[in-house]
Design a protein around this ligand. Structure first.
Ligand code: XMP
Length: 305
């Protein structure tokens, strides 16, 4: 990419030419690639684009509000409140692979409905150059959810950032005033908090994991972990007042890594760990115990499922 401004002008002109007076749709994940693709397409064709953000109920604290704010300039943005449908679909599902599959399929169902509803002819995707090398020849699956619909018959794909590397996408994001999505955020798994609760995904467990993740992110920030979060891993006894209670066990994980392929558990100060413990048990009466995960990857993975 030689020059950001001319890249943006050319990308918009190309989108306009490709889509003409037809309709396009994009799944917004909040990640930088889909955000830039959506912003370029919106600037090019305005409300002929429907950006769709699906709130699965498995997102981080404040994530949906952040999306609404960042993309408030897109009048055609649809935020799909799908929490209940995801929890229903996940009810009784305990196998980790099955969970991922259910989430992927539910996402496709949600997106497909919007695509039909808007009569979308084109699918806009935030595919970047490294993605294309990985899956040359195939329509790239959505990295956050594992497979966008080929069930909907689109006239074509629009991939405005297909020739860019990640740092170039960030540069374009800055030029488009998408500062919020450029900020280096910790990696977050596509299936969201579902892989941070062991066993069945219930609204209660997800709420405990969400609040605990938020505490861990705040308290570990100055130690600059590659990734830090909390997971609900089971139940144990505790005491509240004079009573023995059976509450959640929250496991805290903070790791150093370069690419997520291997990782080292971070040696956090005792005071930090105690503050995390105290905030998590303090904000939720149903947490009986907080433990710190000292396992490297390998033998453990970073996430719990
Ligand atoms: P594991 O748990 O396999 O995770 O050690 C390695 C890194 O990948 C992230 N992760 C995912 N990212 N979709 C994603 O986009 C997924 O399904 C997914 N699962 C795990 C994980 O958070 C860690 O950074």
């Amino acid at each position: 990419m030689v020059d950001v401004d001319s890249f943006i002008d050319e990308a918009k002109a190309e989108i306009r030419e490709q889509v003409g007076d037809k309709h396009a749709i994009i799944a917004l994940s909040g990640g930088v690639d889909s955000s830039v693709a959506a912003a370029l397409a919106y600037e090019a064709i305005g409300d002929q684009l429907t950006p769709v953000y699906v709130d699965t109920g498995l997102m981080r604290k404040g994530e949906t509000e952040q999306i609404r704010e960042t993309f408030a300039f897109m009048e055609s943005l649809r935020v799909i409140e799908a929490q209940e449908r995801f929890f229903d679909a996940l009810s009784g599902v305990t196998d980790p692979e099955e969970k991922r599959k259910v989430i992927g399929e539910q996402f496709i169902r949600e997106f497909e409905r919007e695509a039909r509803d808007t009569d979308a002819d084109y699918l806009v995707q935030g595919t970047i150059y490294p993605d294309r090398i990985e899956s040359e020849g195939n329509i790239k699956s959505h990295h956050n959810v594992g497979g966008l619909p080929d069930v909907v018959d689109f006239d074509g794909l629009v991939e405005p950032v297909r020739d860019l590397y990640k740092d170039e996408v960030r540069e374009v994001a800055r030029a488009l005033d998408l500062e919020e999505v450029v900020a280096e955020r910790m990696p977050f798994p596509g299936p969201g908090l579902a892989v941070r609760v062991i066993g069945e995904v219930t609204p209660e467990k997800v709420a405990v994991a969400r609040d605990a993740c938020h505490v861990v992110e705040e308290e570990t920030e100055k130690h600059e972990p590659w990734q830090a979060f909390a997971a609900v891993v089971g139940k144990a006894t505790g005491v509240k007042g004079d009573n023995r209670v059976h509450g959640w066990i929250v496991s805290v994980r903070s790791v150093e890594s370069r690419d997520g392929m291997t990782a080292r558990a971070q040696e956090l100060p005792w005071e930090t760990l105690q503050r995390i413990q105290s905030r998590i048990t303090g904000q939720n009466d149903n947490v009986a115990r907080v433990v710190y995960d000292v396992t490297h990857k390998p033998p453990a993975t970073i996430e719990y499922e």
